[in-house]
Write a protein that binds this ligand. Structure first.
Ligand code: SF4
Length: 369
């Protein structure tokens, strides 16, 4: 019986994000590692590999699908209340010890992370999304950059069906991959995990490619939201948070920043869980840096007004939330504050559609073959 790596390596096509080098080697551009890969070898992510001088990349399967409220991704300025049909493949280019999606992201590195690939097609996924009332299709759970060719194939179908699309990513991108996905990806969430290069090296990456990607995403016109999982003792010092939020505010004070609570998971079980006070301290640092839309996540009902969206000019409440539940929606049909008519940055719907779900669920029927 084939093992997991063999199964995944069967479900591949020749990739588009690479160049040929001398001696049958290739260089992959799908993520900031830009791996030079000899014939017969794997990239750092273990899902892209060189076969006879061609870069082979994952295609035609998912590690899982789920229906999430879009607030879970989290996107707070994109169709509040919409159902985000989410799919993931397997593998990641980082190896964060606190990963909350480790069953899929570390499937190739960790024998405990068992998540078999299920064959499917872009058409099947989009049909599922439509039948469930999804408005957005999201590539998530593993790192979508390293499986960009597959995401684009799914998103082409999704766009034909009138759906919005999104990436939930660690942001370890390259100019080439962003150009490749731009026509097909509307929303982009980056996990900015730290503002210290030493921390990123512990997770298997570098800070600079992530900062460059954030700047590029904004300049290229993706709808961008940033999340920082606040881990006590790892990335929560005032000094680090000041530098992180100043960096974001210098790009634009309109970028939503979600600061979310850590809970012990996977291999990182030493730090204490994040408290509501920790989140509120971080949010205040972000406010002083000039960020206008700051949200505190994972502790519903405990973080004051930090779950809601307010008009930055007149402070009118625009979207009321409790966790992933939308309690009130007050934007005008053209995405403005109803009180002072200030334009509010985001990708708003003309009319609010009541939520299909405020809790994630696995679709009851699977049309995967
Ligand atoms: S996706 Fe990243 S880690 Fe994987 S082969 Fe390409 S450059 Fe290397």
């Amino acid at each position: 019986m084939a093992n997991l790596a063999e199964l995944i390596h069967e479900r591949t096509v020749e990739g588009e994000l690479y160049e040929k080098l001398e001696g049958n080697r290739v260089r992959c551009f799908a993520c900031g590692h830009c791996c030079p890969i000899p014939d017969g070898a794997l990239g750092v992510c273990k899902v892209r590999f060189n076969r006879g001088g061609k870069l082979m990349v994952p295609f035609g399967y998912v590690g899982g699908t789920q229906c999430d409220p879009v607030e879970k991704k989290p996107f707070f300025h994109a169709r509040p209340g919409a159902l985000a049909f989410s799919f993931g493949m397997l593998g990641c280019d980082l190896h964060c010890s606190y990963c909350q999606n480790w069953v899929t992201s570390q499937a190739l590195r960790d024998p405990q992370a068992i998540s078999p690939p299920l064959r499917t097609t872009p058409q099947q996924l989009v049909e599922m999304a439509l039948s469930l009332g999804g408005e957005i299709v999201v590539s998530t759970y593993n790192e979508p950059l390293i499986t960009s060719e597959w995401s684009v194939a799914v998103f082409k179908e999704a766009k034909t069906a009138g759906l919005m699309t999104g990436f939930v990513s660690n942001g370890n991108g390259t100019p080439q991959v962003l150009e490749f996905i731009k026509p097909w990806v509307d929303l982009y969430k980056v996990d900015l995990k730290s503002f210290d290069d030493r921390h990123y090296r512990q997770l298997g990456g570098r800070l600079q490619p992530i900062l460059d990607t954030i700047r590029r995403l904004y300049d290229m016109g993706f709808w961008l939201e940033i999340v920082t999982l606040l881990i006590p003792g790892f990335n929560d010092s005032n000094e680090e948070l000041k530098r992180l939020t100043a960096f974001l505010a210098a790009i634009s004070g309109d970028i939503p920043w979600h600061v979310t609570a850590f809970h012990r998971d996977y291999k990182m079980t030493d730090p204490a869980n994040t408290t509501a006070d920790d989140l509120m301290r971080a949010a205040e640092i972000g406010r002083q840096a000039g960020l206008r839309f700051i949200y505190a996540g994972n502790l519903p009902g405990q973080v004051g007004d930090l779950e809601n969206t307010y008009c930055p000019d007149c402070h009118e409440i625009l979207v009321e939330r409790y966790g992933y539940h939308i309690r009130g929606y007050h934007l005008t049909s053209d995405g403005c504050c109803p009180s002072c008519f200030r334009e509010v940055p985001g990708r708003w719907a003309e009319a609010y559609r009541p939520q299909i779900t405020s809790r994630p669920f696995i679709p009851r029927f699977q049309i995967l073959s």
